[in-house]
Every structure is written in C-alpha cells, then in structure tokens.
Write a protein that binds this ligand. Structure first.
Ligand SMILES: [Zn+2]
Length: 481
C-alpha cells in the first residue's frame, strides 16, 4: 500500500509522456517484443520458466450481496481446503476488524460443514467493539495432509461512513461508491508452515499471510451501480428487484477487492493484460487517462520484472485524497498520481504473485514496490539518502515504533538498499537475479532466505542487504544450504 502523503520529492520527474497517454507509449518505452528481448530470460536461474501455482491450492467461492443501504454486505464463503500438513482446526483473518479500520465490522454468523464442530471469534488485538480479528473453526477430527475439508461461512460486513483511524482505508462508503477489500473471512494458511495468526497492528499497513486460492466472486448489487473487482469479470446479469449480478474468476487470488459505484469505465490492452479503470462522476481524471497510465506502468515494469502476473487488472478510483492499496489483479486507488499507480502495479509482482507475510516481512513487498517507482521516474531514485537512516529494513509489524518508522525503514530504506545492492552487483546481474527470484517464487509466500538464494553468487549485493538490516547472515547461510 501507499498512504496519502506525498513522499516523493517535489518536482520528481516521471518518465516523460508515459503518464499522459498510451499513444505516447512508443516514445517512452519499446514494443512488447523489444521489451521481452531487453528483459531476456532469467539466465543462471534454476527455473527460467515461471513456477505454476499449486494444483491443490484452496478453492473459494464468495457470494456477496450489497444491500440497498449501500453499507451492509452479506455473504457466504464456500471453501475447499487441502492442507499440506495435518490440521485440527481452520483459521480465518477478519481484516475489517483491524484497529486502523475501526468503525467497520466483519462478523461470522454461521459455519457449516461435515467436519465442523463449531466456530468462535478470537481477539488478536482487533479494534474494540468488533467480535475479533481471527475466526477459528474447530473440526471433529483432524484432516490429513492431502485430504480436503469443505466449509461454508455466512458473514455480515457493516461499513461505516465515518472516518477511520487510517483515513483512506481498504473499506469505505462515500457518495456514489462502496468498497470492501479483504471484506470476508480470509483463510490464513502459509503452505509449508501452517496458520498465520499474527496480531493486528496500530500502524496502517497490511498484516496478512494468505496462500493463493482459485477464487470465484459473485456480487449482487443495485442495478444502477457498476462493480470493479479482483478477477476476470463477466458481463453483469439482470436479477430480480432491479439488481444485477456480477461474477469474476481469479485462479490465483490471495485476497479480493470489490468496489461498487457509479463508475464510468474504460478498458485498454497492456500487452497481454486487459486493464479496466473506473472513476466516479466529477473525478479529477478520466477513466481513459487512468487506464492508459496503468497500461504505461505495466509496460515499464514488465521490462524489468517479466510478464505481468494476471490477464486482467481493474483499477477503481474511489476517492481523491487517499493513497493506494494492492489486491490481486485489482488496485484500490484513493488518488490519481502516476507514481502511486507504478507503486501499486509493482505490487502485482511483489505481494500478488511473489507473496510474503505482510506481518512478518513487510519489507519484502513494500521495499520492492518503492524501488520499482524509479523505473518510471527516469531512474531518479529519490531514496538514496535513506540508506543511512538508523534501524534495520526488516522487522515485523509489531517492531516498528510508529507509522513514520515503518515507512522510512520498510519502504524508503528498503528501496535504497535494493538500489545500492544493484549498484554493487552490477545492474544486469542484479536484474537477472531478481527475475530468478520472481519466476521461482511465483504464487508462493516467499521468505528472505528465498531472496538470498536468488542473489547467491552476488556477494556484494548480499553484503549491502545485510548491512542495511534487510537480510541477516542466517538468511544467507540458509540460502547456501
Ligand atoms: Zn505498497
């Protein structure tokens, strides 16, 4: 994510023309073929081909209904989960109950399933007044690795129109628009490790670890509103009562963003990706401009990080004074700024495809998304001075002292460290190693040692990242084993 404050230097130059119109794209970058050639294969990489997602990943169907009050969402989640180690219970994260979202509330109303013994909310340092930040489903008997357990959960999400501590937030209601990202019980499983039951943080940032799931989303909404969400969307179908039913499918979703509003939309093609942007009446930008800016960002970042992870991307702009938040194949925007768009598009690689525990290793996605901003800014890196800041880049969300400490270390110092590592190793070798990291860790939850492994052989880069407190020696040693 990126909050609403402008952390870019005044007068920072974004690549000329790229933010203005796709028609100018030829002037600021090369053709898709040239870009592929420029990027080259992930040489010296054990797996040059992008890793495929786990065929046994969870299958999720989400049925949402936005009530006519435009601030109540009722829903049912149907989950088929095949764990890779034995489990005796299931855990779900209730993101809307985080302190930073205080005022919103997500409650599980019922849980069903052949093996279900019962369910209960668990506090996990959620906002007071909410039922809790986690939901535990007890099972009658353990489910073995490789077996499938199926459950259904009914839930109610209540959205407030008032402000939240985070200001612009992943959930909200404003004139003509309602949005909810992470607005359902999110299975919080980390393959190979187990349940991620981390507490929430007062700092405005994500705290989630969720595996990719084959996800179908259906949204019933008042008929005059348009839905923009995670996944490839079908044409809306008419429903009784003047409503419309919207459906999408995303085979590799860690989470889900849904925005419902009086959107004017525009679609452009960015390489193999269909970009759909939506803006509300009276917005400072047009849907066409936003779609073209997003396509330009995709083209710039593909040249560095390889093919865009998803065949579709939706970009609902829901406010004019906020930041941005990344979700799989969907970006929730609270402001129109090309640098912000680049940051959030970069998250499609770093968070969306190469996942991480946003509680344990927040720098793994935020440092890379911040580092990526320079690709669109005429290589104006902006953060170099931040390498001298005190404190390590790495830290859990419980270890940063406040919002500034978090952003300076995980974002700015992290980006500066990546730039310095690239300088130390040589840009070509470093970029190839990062491509290797991206392609081999696709659709997993990566850990710092996975990055260290990709950089093995580039000792000067490892030394920089260790020196900045991004990696530590144990990661480097683990990578060498
Ligand atoms: Zn971010």
């Amino acid at each position: 994510m990126l909050d609403g404050t402008d952390r870019w230097a005044p007068g920072r130059r974004w690549a000329a023309g790229c933010g203005a119109a796709l028609l100018l794209l030829a002037g600021c970058t090369s053709s898709p073929e040239e870009r592929a050639e420029e990027a080259g294969p992930a040489a010296d990489c054990a797996t040059a081909e992008r890793a495929a997602p786990d065929p046994d990943r969870p299958r999720v169907v989400l049925d949402f209904r936005l009530e006519d009050d435009l601030r109540t969402v009722t829903g049912t989640e149907t989950l088929a989960f095949t764990p890779d180690r034995q489990v005796g219970e299931l855990w779900f994260r209730l993101i809307p109950n985080a302190p930073q979202s205080a005022g919103h509330e997500l409650r599980v109303d019922a849980v069903r399933g052949d093996l279900v013994a019962g369910g209960r909310h668990v506090d996990a340092e959620a906002a007071s007044g909410t039922p809790g930040g986690l939901y535990r489903v007890g099972l009658r008997e353990p489910v073995q690795a490789g077996e499938t357990v199926s459950v259904e959960l009914d839930f109610t999400l209540r959205l407030t129109t008032g402000g939240t501590p985070a200001g612009f937030d992943r959930l909200g209601v404003a004139e003509g628009v309602t949005w909810w990202a992470g607005g359902f019980p999110l299975l919080t499983w980390e393959p190979g490790h187990g349940w991620a039951r981390d507490p929430f943080s007062d700092i405005s940032g994500e705290t989630t670890a969720a595996t990719v799931a084959d996800t179908t989303i259906r949204v019933s909404a008042p008929g005059d509103l348009t839905v923009l969400m995670t996944g490839a969307q079908e044409e809306a179908r008419a429903e009784a009562g003047g409503r419309r039913l919207w459906e999408s499918h995303e085979p590799v979703a860690r989470d889900v963003n849904v925005a419902v509003g009086e959107f004017e939309t525009a679609q452009v093609q960015a390489g193999d990706t269909a970009v759909t942007a939506g803006v509300l009446p009276g917005a400072d930008t047009s849907a066409e401009e936003l779609a073209e800016d997003t396509a330009a960002a995709i083209a710039l970042l593909e040249a560095r990080f390889g093919p865009f992870p998803y065949p579709t991307l939706t970009v609902p702009l829901v406010a004019d004074d906020g930041g941005g938040e990344e979700y799989p194949s969907s970006i929730l925007l609270g402001n129109e700024d090309f640098g912000l768009v680049v940051h959030e598009v970069a998250h499609m690689w770093f968070y969306g495809m190469v996942g991480n525990s946003q509680f344990r290793d927040p720098w793994l996605d935020e440092a890379f998304a911040t580092y990526a901003e320079s690709i669109a800014a005429d290589e104006d890196r902006g953060h170099d001075d931040d390498l001298d800041r005190g404190g390590p880049v790495a830290g859990t969300m419980a270890e940063f002292t406040d919002q500034d400490d978090y952003e300076w270390r995980a974002y700015s110092k992290g980006a500066a460290a990546l730039h310095a590592a690239r300088d130390a190793a040589g840009p070509e070798a470093f970029d190839e190693a990062i491509r290797c990291y991206v392609e081999t860790q696709a659709w997993t939850i990566a850990r710092p040692e996975d990055l260290a492994r990709a950089l093995a052989g580039l000792q000067p880069a490892l030394d920089v990242l260790v020196g900045a407190g991004a990696l530590d020696r144990s990661h480097v040693e683990a990578a060498g084993e």
